[in-house]
Ligand binder design. Structure first.
Ligand code: ADP
Length: 228
């Protein structure tokens, strides 16, 4: 039994609020259990410096950051570090395939993600929030992007690991993002040592959970673009 009584294939409870940032064209608050993030998008806007401009397609810039008070125990040192640079890069690469970049030639779209509370799975929650923020901003997309972390802890394959589960001795942590309409994987990372059999199970469970998260994202968009 998991400490929060979830089934092995169950993700934590999700709360979504759209357009929570007044000054941004599109934004989203996304909460999954005790992990919470706000994502906001700016643009399309001119690329600066101009030499980064691409005449063929738009440029996406992602900034992922964990706030000092987002973690348990000691305050996190403010500002960007190696981890946040890596996560900004993988989040960008997971979202890009879903955006019709060719419609935004010479322009830049910025996506900022601030982690308010971190209890594992911050990168996947950031992806879920960023995809909704892009949709709220009316950015042309071929699909939403839905993400979850699946892994192994205490000998079991578990969906949406908590920090406690992630810290288990035999833990594997595998963040996965998909474009649910196409079933195409846009992010697959792995921390830990897994067999091919484990990986097959993890990917299968991840895809199924992402499809359910996509339902929640679509419902949030259908129920109207509301703000707090
Ligand atoms: P993710 O949050 O995507 O699972 P990691 O596996 O790198 O990414 O981090 C797992 C968890 O470890 C985070 O969600 C957070 O709870 C905790 N964590 C990460 N970095 C720090 C930090 N600098 N200080 C305290 N806790 C951290």
């Amino acid at each position: 039994m998991r400490s929060d009584k979830r089934k092995d294939d169950e993700f934590r409870s999700v709360k979504i609020k759209l357009n929570v940032v007044k000054s941004a064209l599109g934004s989203c608050y996304f909460e999954m259990g005790k992990t919470a993030v706000i994502a906001a998008t700016y643009g399309p806007q001119d690329v600066k410096p101009k030499h980064l401009e691409d005449a063929e397609k738009g440029i996406i810039m992602c900034n992922y950051n964990m706030l000092p008070f987002s973690v348990e125990g000691d305050r996190k040192r403010p500002g960007y570090d190696r981890r946040s640079v890596e996560i900004s890069k993988v989040v960008k690469e997971s979202l890009e395939p879903a955006i019709f970049l060719e419609e935004y030639a010479k322009y830049l779209i910025n996506i900022d993600m601030q982690i308010l509370q971190a209890d594992a799975g911050t990168r996947v929650v950031a992806i879920n929030a960023a995809a909704l923020a892009l949709a709220c901003a009316g950015i042309s997309m071929r699909d939403i992007v839905s993400a979850v972390a699946v892994g192994r802890a205490n000998g079991k394959i578990l969906v949406d690991l908590t920090k406690e589960e992630e810290d288990a001795e035999d833990a594997i942590d595998t963040p996965i993002a998909i474009m649910p309409k196409f079933g195409e994987i846009t992010l697959l990372q792995m921390d830990g040592i897994a067999s091919v059999d484990d990986m097959k199970k993890i990917i299968k469970q991840g895809e199924a959970a992402c499809q359910k998260i996509a339902e929640l994202q679509r419902n949030a968009l259908k129920n109207g673009i509301h703000s707090i």
